[in-house]
Design a protein around this ligand. Structure first.
Ligand code: MG
Length: 447
C-alpha cells in the first residue's frame, strides 16, 4: 500500500485518515529527521473540522520523536511553506486541498519550504510501515510553542509585486476562499493592495457550507453572480488550502486555468527573460506564448513538486500547472494562491481588462477522459510497445506528438485509472484523438 499520492496523504477523515495514522506519520517524519539535535517542525492546517483532531495527533507524534513543534493554527499551505523556509526544519500541513468536504490529509514540507521530494516521501513511508520509530528519552521529548505565519508571508508577497501599480488601479475584487485557509490571508492581502474587497465564503467554517473546495466554474456560481451584480473587475477563488487560484473575469466568465497559465507566462516574460516550466499535460497555448517571447519551455512530469524542482534546477522565471497552481520563484518555489492573486492584480493593473487579456491567448480544444483499470502502469506499458514509430515523449506516461495536436496517456498515481488527454485547435480532431487514446487503453485491458 502506498501512503503518499501525488500531493501527500489523502482520504476520508477519521475513517481513512485517522489520528493513529497522523501520529505514526509524524513519528516517521521525526525518525527521518532525528539526526542532529533540536529539530523543529511547523504544523498548520486548513479549516476542515477534523483539522484539530489530526493536528493534535501530529503534534504528539512529532514531540514523541524528539522534534519541537510550532503550531501555526489555520494557514494556507504556501504560508506554512514560507514560514518553514524562514524558521523551521520541516513542516506538516493538515489539508485535503481541493478534495470534497469529508476528506482530510497531510502534506510534508522540506526544510527549504518546498514540498517533500518523492524520494523523501518514500523514506518516510518505509519508516511508517516498519513501525521502527525513534522514541525520545523522557527528558528529550520536544516542546510545543505557537506562532503566527500570515504577517511574514503577506510581507513576502507585497515585496514581490508592484504594489504601487496595483494600488493606483483601484480594483474591485470578489474573493471566495470557500471557507478554507485562504480566508486568513487573501482578503487582507487584497485590502493592503488597495482593492475594494467583497468577500464571499470567508468565514472559517470547517463544514465548508458555501461550496465544495475545488474551485471549478460549477462550484463558483455564487462568485460569478456576485461579480456580475457588483460590477467587480474580477473574482478570485482558492481551493481548500489556497495553493491554487481560480479566476472570473469582469463579465462573470470563468477563465480556463490553461489560459490563466498562458496569460501569466506572458505577463512574467514581458519583464523578465528566462525559462518557463510546466507539466506535459499543459496546453499548447503556453508553448505559443513562450515561443512568442523567444523563451525556452521545459516540460516535466505532472505534479507541482516536479515543476518546482525543475524551476530551481534551471533558474526558470515562472512555472505552473494547468489547474491554477502557479509558482513564482521571486517569492518561493511552490504553488501559491495568494501570491498568484497578487500577480493577477498586477497583470490587470498594468495590462487590460481580464477578458481582453484572456482573448489574446491562442485557443485550443482540450479534452480529458478517464479509463478505469486495475493495473494502470501495466496497461500503459503495453501501449508503449504498440506506439513504436510514433513521436512519443515518455516524460510522464506516453505523450504522442503530431504536427497539430498531442495525446497524453498517463497512469494515475493515486487511483486505479488511466487518464487520456488530447488537444488540438479543432474540436472534432481533439475528440477523434481522445477516442483513439481511449481505445488504446481499453485494448490494453483485454490482452
Ligand atoms: Mg491545494
Amino acid at each position: 500500500m502506498a501512503l503518499f499520492g501525488t500531493n501527500g496523504v489523502r482520504g476520508v477523515a477519521n475513517k481513512e485518515i485517522t489520528p493513529e495514522l497522523a501520529m505514526r506519520l509524524a513519528q516517521s517524519l521525526g525518525t527521518y529527521m532525528h539526526e542532529g539535535p533540536g529539530k523543529t517542525v511547523a504544523i498548520g492546517r486548513d479549516t476542515r473540522n477534523s483539522g484539530d483532531m489530526l493536528k493534535s495527533a501530529c503534534i504528539a507524534g512529532a514531540l514523541s520523536a524528539g522534534l519541537s513543534v510550532i503550531d501555526l493554527g489555520i494557514a494556507p499551505t504556501p504560508c506554512v511553506q514560507f514560514y518553514v523556509r524562514e524558521k523551521a526544519d520541516a513542516g506538516m500541513v493538515i489539508t485535503a486541498s481541493h478534495n470534497p468536504r469529508e476528506y482530510n490529509g497531510i502534506k510534508l514540507i522540506a526544510g527549504d519550504g518546498t514540498e517533500f521530494s518523492r524520494a523523501g516521501e518514500a523514506e518516510v513511508e518505509e519508516i511508517y510501515f516498519s513501525g521502527k520509530f525513534h522514541t525520545a528519552g523522557w527528558s528529550e521529548t520536544g516542546n510545543l510553542t505557537g506562532d503566527s505565519s500570515t504577517g511574514m508571508y503577506m510581507r513576502g508577497i507585497l515585496g514581490a509585486v508592484d504594489v504601487e501599480a496595483v494600488r493606483s488601479a483601484n480594483l474591485k475584487v470578489v474573493v471566495d476562499p470557500g471557507c478554507g485557509a485562504g480566508a486568513v490571508v487573501t482578503p487582507f492581502l487584497l485590502k493592503e493592495l488597495g482593492c475594494e474587497v467583497i468577500s464571499l465564503n470567508a468565514q472559517l467554517d470547517g463544514t465548508l457550507p458555501g461550496r465544495e473546495p475545488e474551485p471549478t466554474a460549477d462550484n463558483l456560481r455564487d462568485m460569478i453572480a456576485l461579480v456580475k451584480a457588483t460590477g467587480a473587475d474580477l473574482g478570485i477563488a482558492h481551493d481548500g488550502d489556497a495553493d491554487r487560484v481560480a479566476l472570473v473575469d469582469e463579465k462573470g466568465d470563468f477563465v480556463n486555468e490553461d489560459v490563466l497559465l498562458a496569460m501569466m507566462t506572458k505577463h512574467v516574460l514581458a519583464s523578465r527573460k528566462g525559462a518557463i516550466v510546466t507539466p506535459v499535460s499543459s496546453s499548447l497555448c503556453v508553448a505559443d506564448v513562450t515561443k512568442e517571447y523567444g523563451a525556452e519551455l521545459i516540460w516535466t512530469r505532472v505534479g507541482s513538486i516536479d515543476v518546482a524542482r525543475k524551476m530551481m534546477e534551471t533558474k526558470a522565471v515562472f512555472g505552473g500547472e494547468g489547474n491554477g497552481g502557479l509558482i513564482f520563484p521571486e517569492h518561493q518555489y511552490c504553488r501559491d494562491g495568494a501570491m498568484a492573486a497578487a500577480k493577477i492584480l498586477e497583470m490587470v493593473a498594468k495590462g487590460a481588462r481580464l477578458s481582453e487579456l484572456a482573448a489574446e491567448v491562442p485557443h485550443y480544444y482540450n479534452v480529458k477522459v478517464k479509463v478505469h483499470c486495475k493495473d494502470p502502469r501495466g496497461a500503459v506499458e503495453k501501449i508503449r510497445q504498440k506506439l513504436r514509430g510514433e513521436k512519443v515523449d515518455a516524460t510522464d506516461g506516453l505523450k504522442v506528438w503530431y504536427d497539430d495536436a498531442w495525446v497524453l496517456i498517463r497512469p494515475s498515481g493515486t487511483e486505479p485509472l488511466v487518464r487520456v488527454y488530447a488537444e488540438s485547435k479543432k474540436e472534432a480532431r481533439t475528440w477523434e484523438l481522445v477516442r483513439w487514446g481511449e481505445e488504446l487503453v481499453k485494448g490494453a485491458l483485454d490482452t
